[in-house]
Write a protein that binds this ligand. Structure first.
Ligand code: ADP
Ligand code: MG
Length: 212
């Protein structure tokens, strides 16, 4: 589904070199690494936001950074679901309005069951800015899943959550993948969370290494 070929990238210094990663349908992958190792940068590269200095990223056999801007945006909009470390919800709108906007753009319906699973049903008519950090994070996850993406990219999706809620959110993401044949690539510094994934990698000494 998604595959990289020898990705390398530097900012002020070289972050990583010759990263090769392959992700299939239903597969759940966790990437760990210390702060500053380049995890977020790698996720941006995988998810259409940053062209690597060298190497290629293939989505269903198409090299995404060779596509026309319009095609790239279509993939980002329709096929990929991206959960950033800092959510991008519309702050002056309610949670429900945010979900409705996502459903409208993607031509999907809001899944009531999802709202229940993410424990946001009772706060759905509140403005985003009146919700706690954890609630906002769960709304942003609901928003991304409402799009029905084929691959989910998540940067520290449980960063603002306590242990119980973190586990629950990961379970919701896993269930979504199993039901919809979707893949999940998550960046996390939480080893307990990483352990739940099918495949685990660590970004260390500029390399992406398989980790058990
Ligand atoms: N757009 C950018 N311009 C310059 N340096 C950046 C940029 N994005 C990230 N960096 C630097 O790259 C390094 C890795 O950042 P990041 O990918 O966010 O790591 P991680 O997510 O593992 O903490 C950091 O030193 C950061 O300052
Ligand atoms: Mg990061």
């Amino acid at each position: 589904m998604l595959k990289t070929l020898n990705i390398s990238h530097s900012f002020d210094y070289e972050l990583f070199k010759d990263v090769n990663l392959e992700v299939d349908k239903k597969e759940k992958i966790a990437i760990i690494g210390s702060s500053g190792s380049g995890k977020s940068t790698l996720l941006h590269i995988l998810s259409t936001f940053l062209k690597p200095q060298s190497g290629e990223v293939f989505y269903e056999d198409k090299e995404i950074y060779s596509l026309k801007e319009k095609e790239l945006i279509e993939i980002r909009r329709k096929e990929f679901g991206i959960i950033f470390q800092f959510h991008y919800l519309f702050n002056t709108f309610t949670a429900l309005e945010n979900l409705k906007a996502a459903a409208l753009l993607a031509g999907t319906e809001i899944d009531e069951n999802l709202l229940e699973r993410l424990k946001i049903k009772d706060v759905i008519n509140q403005n985003i800015q009146t919700l706690s950090g954890g609630q906002q994070q769960r709304v942003s996850i609901a928003r991304v899943l409402t799009k029905r993406p084929k691959i989910i990219f998540a940067d520290e999706p449980t960063g603002n959550l306590d242990k119980e809620n973190a586990n629950e959110v990961i379970d919701v993401l896993f269930e979504y993948c199993d039901e919809k044949n979707a893949a999940l690539i998550t960046v996390t510094h939480d080893l307990e969370i990483a352990k739940k994934f099918d495949k685990k990698f660590i970004l260390k000494d500029k390399r992406l290494i398989s980790w058990e």
